[in-house]
Design a protein around this ligand. Structure first.
Ligand code: TRP
Length: 440
């Protein structure tokens, strides 16, 4: 069985080396496994929650898309798209919002952290809290449930969001599923083997610590310059170094084979100078990143190529999202008349039938009409005291026009069955009557 794996990347920053080793590289590797059906998308609606700078959001979506493609993501194998190109996602988000308890959102870590900060500052608890931030987990649930992902690889800070997605899915299934589940319950996937790279100062590499090594931004020069700024101890060349204790060695290992790592470690312990060690680290990074950088620059110079790939990804994603959304609309009572017409489909129109419609008159008597294939009336019957009489006459007519049922005087025709007058119609309507009765 194939496992559907889905993850989103918020488009606010520019990816750095830590993002590459910690998220991009392992995700691309995972997507190459035969039994994995991967969905990777740019969470650009999520970006609006954190960032109100349009230029920055626009630039980041482009850079992130180019980074993933340059790093080797195969958009033919993976469904790679932008959240904002799939309008079914915000639509689903609304449906989920309507079954999500506000109390559940009150417990979200990100929201609670804002409230705690506000309380500590002595301002209104909800100061600066938008509805976007508050209901962020519902949008994330929509991202995941829209494609019925089984596994969602994320960082530890996202575990609670996955639990909420499961809660919301269960609630929707329970309310509308009627024994049939619309949504798979997604499982969080935390990969502890994946490298968390240290930054220049040894703390986790993160933009908020301003300790990052750029991946493509600024070219090879910028990457080299950052590597040369990695903080080390003050041991001189020739003095033995503590490899295990240095984050430079940790960075090296994230790009090296075990043999290379062992050699590097030995060289440090035998007194390799830090300057030379940094150069070796840069060369190693460049071996992997250099060819990608060329592809990255090429893509950034041709943004329309990125756009084409993303549009193709959106088409692929919507092929799954649109039919599910249609079923969900129907489940909640929002089936559109257009969808009814569409589901009737052209093939059914071919076999459209004429039909009898029975009804009760204002005076309480029973009548019926024969409607032609196009919905127009062929005749309106006389009225009868007994619905059984009307029913019997319909049955007889459904078997075809009985011989000698038509009694004409040249202008009007009486349709009679066993001497019972069924209806009067004009002579010119007789062909229509015959053809309608062949099509009931
Ligand atoms: N919230 C995630 C983060 O900040 C990004 C994200 C948005 C996501 N939608 C998602 C991750 C759906 C996994 C699945 O990292």
């Amino acid at each position: 069985m194939t496992t559907r794996v889905l993850t989103g990347i918020t488009t606010t920053g520019t990816p750095h080396l830590g993002n590459y080793a910690g998220a991009i590289r392992p995700s691309i590797e995972a997507s190459r496994q035969a039994d994995v059906d991967a969905f990777y998308f740019m969470a650009d609606y999520h970006a609006l929650i954190k960032c109100d700078d349009p230029q920055r959001v626009a630039r980041s979506r482009l850079e992130i898309a180019a980074t993933w493609l340059a790093a080797g993501l195969d958009p033919e194998k993976v469904t790679f798209y932008r959240q904002s190109d799939v309008p079914e996602i915000p639509e689903l988000c609304w449906m989920l919002s309507c079954v999500t308890a506000k109390g559940l959102m009150n417990r979200a870590h990100a929201y609670k952290a804002s409230v705690d900060q506000n309380t500590a500052k002595g301002v209104d608890p909800d100061d600066g809290v938008t509805m976007g931030l508050f209901s962020y987990p519902v949008l994330m649930a929509a991202d995941i449930l829209m494609f019925n992902a089984h596994k969602v690889p994320v960082g530890r800070d996202q575990i609670q969001h996955l639990e909420m997605a499961r809660d919301i899915a269960q609630r929707f299934n329970h309310l509308y599923g009627k024994g049939h589940d619309f949504f798979v319950l997604p499982e969080v996937q935390i990969d502890d083997d994946v490298a968390t790279l240290p930054g220049l100062d040894g703390r986790k590499m993160s933009k908020s610590y301003d300790n990052t090594i750029p991946l493509f931004d600024g070219g090879a020069r910028a990457t080299r310059a950052a590597v040369m700024r990695i903080v080390t101890d003050s041991r001189q060349p020739g003095e033995p170094k503590d490899a295990e204790g240095s984050h430079l060695y940790t960075l090296y290992r994230a790009f090296a084979t075990p043999e290379q790592s062992a050699q590097f470690r030995q060289a440090l312990e035998q007194g390799l100078g830090w300057g030379e060690a940094k150069q070796q680290l840069f060369d190693l990074i460049e071996e992997e990143v250099g060819p990608m950088r060329a592809r990255y620059d090429e893509l950034m110079a041709n943004p329309e190529r990125i756009e084409d790939i993303l549009q193709a990804g959106a088409v692929k994603a919507r092929k799954l999202a649109a039919p599910l959304m249609e079923r969900l609309r129907e489940a909640v009572g929002l089936r559109s008349p257009k969808a009814v017409a569409m589901s009737a489909g052209p093939s059914k129109q071919v076999e459209k039938k004429a039909r009898f419609v029975s009804f009760r008159d204002d005076d309480g008597r029973f009548r019926f009409r024969l409607q032609d294939t196009d919905g127009s009336d062929v005749f309106l019957s006389e009225s009868f005291d007994d619905p059984k009489t009307a029913g019997m006459l319909i049955k007889r007519l459904q078997q075809g026009l009985p011989d000698a049922a038509l009694h004409g005087d040249g202008k009007t025709v009486e349709l009679r069955i066993d001497d019972v007058l069924v209806a009067r119609l004009s002579e010119t309507d007789v062909p229509k009557l015959r053809s309608a009765l062949q099509n009931v």
